[in-house]
Design a protein around this ligand. Structure first.
Ligand SMILES: Cc1cc2nc3c(=O)[nH]c(=O)nc-3n(C[C@H](O)[C@H](O)[C@H](O)COP(=O)(O)O)c2cc1C
Length: 333
């Protein structure tokens, strides 16, 4: 059996077990479309589509459909508990279903309502997890698979290595996707050989022709070494993987003492997180689209994972999918 034939490709009806993960603020319609059209699956980040690229969600989904009819996914961040936010997420899921999305990637909360909403229509829900306890919660919520976010991931990395996390989750009986640290086809094949049903990549797909991020950001990913990736608490209040730029070095990576105290407090942590969420959304959007960050004056952050080690050029997204698929096809299990 080919390494490309996995529970993920079977469940989603795709050819290559390769997911272009949701990325605020780097997911744009063209990138999602290019990955899906090439046989992998692109995941729409609704907040990125609407607030970064200024598209109406339904129109953005239809734009993708002009390029490809193949499966696409949608990210549902369910952490924030305000009624308004949750109502908005429900609306996004409904629009996704109406526009033919059947793959949903949930993070940060109880995915039960998403499963209940999409499963009757044939939707599959995969839940982002960094440890066994979150996987157990996701499975109690009825999810069909897990995205195992490891310690080399871009965005919010987990505490475990890809190996350790696979071992911790392998007996759960659902497909497990490796997220983090994969920048080239060797890493992809290694993850499939380890037993993963597929891989979710973020950073690799930022350095593509289709990604809407600024060229300075893409070039910084191509230039960066693994040792240039640092975790900072200063953007969202919890560790976030970013490229160490002069700005990041200057202001440090630890949250200030007052912020830490407020983030710990039972009453204050919710509004502190909201303040962080609003501020980081604006900061990350500006950094990704405007360019020049870190090198000149900037107060900005470029998110990236340790997968930068395997990224040496800005390429068309389809070329990445093609190369990864070819390597997996010719590899022995
Ligand atoms: C710039 C950036 C933004 C991200 N934003 C999100 C997001 O909005 N939602 C989400 O579930 N994951 C997000 N992630 C995580 C990715 O979907 C993916 O799991 C991760 O990038 C994999 O690690 P890699 O970057 O080493 O490939 C983000 C990652 C990056 C690099």
């Amino acid at each position: 059996m080919s390494l490309l034939d996995t529970p993920l490709t079977q469940q989603l009806g795709i050819e290559v077990p390769l997911i272009c993960g949701a990325m605020y603020p780097c997911s744009n319609a063209e990138l999602v479309a290019a990955v899906s059209a090439a046989g992998g699956i692109g995941v729409v980040q609704p907040l990125s589509m609407i607030y970064v690229y200024g598209q109406d969600l339904r129109e953005g989904l239809r734009l993708i459909r002009q390029t490809t009819n193949k499966p696409i996914g949608m990210n549902v961040l369910i952490e924030r508990s305000s009624k308004l936010y949750l109502e908005r997420m429900h609306r996004y899921v409904d629009i996704g279903l109406e526009e033919g999305v059947r793959f949903f990637v949930t993070s940060l909360g109880n995915p039960r309502w998403v499963v209940d909403r999409v499963a009757p229509d044939g939707g599959m829900v995969y839940h982002d997890v960094t440890e066994r306890k979150w996987a157990d919660k996701g499975l109690a919520g009825g999810v069909h698979g897990l995205i195992a976010v490891n310690d080399r991931a871009g965005g919010h990395a987990g505490p475990r290595s890809a190996h350790a996390l696979y071992d911790e989750l392998a007996d759960l009986g659902v497909p497990i996707v490796c997220a983090g640290g994969i920048g080239d086809e060797t890493g992809f094949v290694a993850a499939l050989r380890m037993g993963y049903a597929g891989a979710q990549l973020g950073t690799r797909f930022i350095a593509t022709n289709e990604c809407g991020a600024h060229d300075d950001y893409k070039q910084a990913i191509v230039r960066a070494k693994e040792s240039d990736i640092v975790l900072t608490e200063r953007v969202t209040g919890v560790p976030l993987s970013v490229i160490r730029t002069p700005y990041v070095e200057r202001i440090g990576t630890k949250a200030g003492p007052i912020a830490r105290w407020l983030l710990r407090g039972r009453r204050t942590k919710h509004w502190m997180r909201t303040i962080y969420a609003l501020r980081s959304a604006w900061q990350l959007k500006r950094a990704s689209l405007a360019g020049g960050a870190g090198e000149k004056t900037s107060k900005d952050y470029w998110q990236a994972g340790k997968s930068v080690a395997g990224i040496h050029a800005i390429e068309p997204a389809a070329e990445i999918v093609r190369r990864f698929a070819a390597a997996a096809r010719s590899a022995q299990r």
